[in-house]
Write a protein that binds this ligand. Structure first.
Ligand code: PEP
Length: 250
């Protein structure tokens, strides 16, 4: 069995570097990727020994393409230089701020060019009786991965995050069966685009993951790992999630 990939998405938390160091120390575990706000990456890098570092956004501009003036942006090259080896793209909260599939596509290419693993989030806002949500996810996959060489597919991670199951205002919890359906569907879409010999990327589940539902999604849902929001800020809960995944790795 492949080792589970566990990614912490701290979002815009915590409020101070001191607190960030505390959380990083408390969640510095093997097999874990800590995606912290960019401003904390440098201090976190100094205190972690086992976990890997990731970020939550990147500029669409290719740092290797030459000059340009992009006030306020952080390039993939800068992230790499600071030690970040993973970047979340297409998170629903960034999509809500205007990040389109086309922008995400550019970011994925920039990251791959810079040897950073893109963590591509896909997922529908709501489920409808006519199964239109499948089309929405299909378009996300097709457009976000447009023009990508099929040999590069194994260099990305996909996280299925149904928007209705994310955060403290989630409508309800998703079920492992719903994740499994989406994993099979994603594979079908990828085969349609890249052909049946394509190496599948790891597919994580995200949306209110905690120590109570981890095992359930891994065993019944076939999740290759997890993208964890709120619970990643609580070392006790996060450690429990990692412990459960470790027992499943054996
Ligand atoms: C997320 O925002 O990526 C997420 C999964 O959040 P939460 O676990 O808090 O639902």
């Amino acid at each position: 069995m492949n080792k589970k990939i566990i990614i912490a998405n701290w979002k815009m938390n915590p409020l101070s570097a001191k607190e960030a160091i505390k959380i990083a120390k408390g969640t510095d575990l093997k097999g874990v990727i800590l995606c912290a706000p960019t401003i904390y990456l440098k201090v976190i890098k100094k205190v972690i020994k086992k976990a890997k570092l990731g970020s939550q956004n990147v500029s669409v501009e290719n740092p290797l393409s030459g000059v340009g003036a992009f006030t306020g942006e952080v390039s993939a090259k800068m992230l790499y230089d600071i030690g970040s080896r993973y970047t979340i793209v297409g998170h629903s909260e960034r999509r809500a701020m205007g990040e389109t599939n086309q922008i995400i596509n550019k970011k994925i290419k920039v990251l791959i060019d810079t040897a950073i693993t893109p963590v591509l989030c896909i997922g529908e806002i709501e489920r409808d009786e006519n199964h239109e949500y499948l089309n929405i996810v299909k378009h996300q996959i097709e457009e976000c991965l447009f023009g990508l060489n099929k040999n590069l597919l194994s260099k990305i991670i996909i996280a299925y995050e149904p928007v209705w199951a994310i955060g403290k205002n989630a409508l309800r919890e998703a079920t492992p069966a719903e994740f499994l359906e989406m994993k099979i569907f994603t594979k079908k879409v990828l085969v349609n685009i890249f052909g049946d010999k394509v190496e599948m990327p790891a597919m994580l589940y995200g949306g209110s993951v905690d120590e109570k539902n981890t095992r359930w999604f891994a065993i019944d849902g076939g999740a290759d790992g997890f993208l964890v929001g709120r619970a990643s800020l609580d070392p006790k809960k996060f450690k429990e999630i990692v412990k459960i995944c470790e027992t499943l790795n054996k």
